[in-house]
Design a protein. Sequence first.
Length: 169
Amino acid sequence: MTHGSQNAWVHGGLLLVGDAAHAGRADGQGANIAFEDAAVLGALVRQNGLGHKAFAAWEEVRQPRVRDILWDPKPDGATRSALIQNSAFEQLWCPLRVAAALPAGVRQEVQEAVARGGVEAGRQVVINWSQRAIRELVEAKAPIASGSNLALDPHYRFWPELLLGVSVR
Ligand SMILES: Cc1cc2nc3c(=O)[nH]c(=O)nc-3n(C[C@H](O)[C@H](O)[C@H](O)COP(=O)(O)OP(=O)(O)OC[C@H]3O[C@@H](n4cnc5c(N)ncnc54)[C@H](O)[C@@H]3O)c2cc1C
């Protein structure tokens, strides 16, 4: 990978993503980072249009994160672990825009939460909804005995909002 330098991943109208831009060791993050690349790129293209502005912004936000996850300078991997745990997706979506595509009841709940407690409160309603929805899907595929204590990892979430209008930073 050539990283840390401007235009390392952007060549005119050509953009490298995933392993093509930053193949690393096969240690469990390459695919995750490739998915992130796609999500962040989609957000920036929606914001800036398809072209150099979006590509340059993408390279700027992605290079430090990818570098520190794939090539953590700390021997114990502390930088990398913190970055993986602290996904940056929250910055990419606005709960009110997401709510427009959600069921009416949830939409109203989000709007009320934002009015009462601001964007973070609205985000939490969307996250709770996404966790309920994914649980229902999982249970429908693999019925779980009633009363089960199945606890979904809080990091499992739907991100339909990434398909919608979003803002970065
Ligand atoms: C053994 C191993 C274990 C791994 N384990 C994990 C893991 O647990 N978790 C994790 O997150 N990551 C893991 N990775 C890394 C992960 O697989 C990659 O980072 C990820 O697949 C990169 O996705 P990509 O879409 O960028 O590239 P790829 O998945 O390589 O996709 C590129 C695609 O382009 C196709 N292609 C190539 N050349 C051409 C061409 N000329 N024309 C048309 N198509 C072409 C290829 O056939 C391929 O389908 C592992 C990798 C390896 C090798």
